[in-house]
Design a protein around this ligand. Sequence first.
Ligand SMILES: Cc1ncc(C[n+]2csc(CCOP(=O)(O)OP(=O)(O)O)c2C)c(N)n1
Ligand code: SF4
Length: 287
Amino acid sequence: MTAMEKPVYVDEKLQEVKQSGRLEYRSRALPTWCPGCGYFSIVEGVTAALNGMAIPQQEAVVLSGIGCASRFPFFVSTYGFHTLHGRVLPVATGVKVANDKLTVVAIGGDGDGFAIGGGHLPHAAKRNVDMTYLLFDNGIYGLTKGQTSPTSAYGFRTSTTPYENPDQPLNPVLMVLSYGASWVGQAYAGHPDHLRQMIAAAIQHRGFSYLHILSPCVTFDKTSKTYVNLGMQVRDLPEEHDVTNLMSAMHHASRTSRPLLGLFYRDLRPTLGDNLDGLVAKAGGDK
Ligand SMILES: Cc1ncc(C[n+]2csc(CCOP(=O)(O)OP(=O)(O)O)c2C)c(N)n1
Ligand code: SF4
């Protein structure tokens, strides 16, 4: 496979691999997340998507920041590692620039990606680095035992906001659309089939794909983004939504009381790798 071609997800391929008992991409390490954590369905989704796309294991790299979400690389048998808190995107960009053939998946939580790491996302998006960023949004800092995060709901009580969160939450999907990401989608850990399809579609996209995944923290959030509440709130993007229409995507993203699931926006344009190749050619060098 060359850097220009992207692997295609085929459901039959996944079923075939499952029946043969050769399911790859599962590491021997069992996830250490709390029972019921939404992240379990994300690891299933990523494993299934990579198997269904038949990406050679040695060509996949999964990187993360720090947090419960960021434990992820331990649970898949690809290359990969924890970077620093909030710093997954610059490291993932470096990996992709060093070897354009790799399928690069970056992972982090809402604290990792939108608090300490919030400055990196606009640059990865506008550069159109050919990689996938899976953002696990539980609206809380799970690993450090339940503090308010940038996506915590207004009025949410946590150890750092015992009298209610006085801040409005960020709107990550709207932000990433405005940053110029070339693929933006939203999924929910409680809808595993749709989640798997969205993960596969994000990885298949040639360019910077951002998948926002709503996922309950069952240990530190008993009242806000629970399975019951999210299950009642989420709904699909309207069928008539045109995924090439940025204004329509932003309009739908701004309606946050009922989070919409599906593909908001897709744009095919040169990636960072394409642009760097162009520069090398102009300078008269070899790739
Ligand atoms: C530089 C630095 N600052 C703070 C921390 C402490 N810390 C570790 S994880 C984390 C937040 C995790 O929240 P999130 O990214 O939402 O992931 P979750 O644990 O909810 O999956 C913080 C503040 C750290 N590890 N490094
Ligand atoms: S603390 Fe929350 S986010 Fe972390 S593993 Fe447990 S349920 Fe999941």
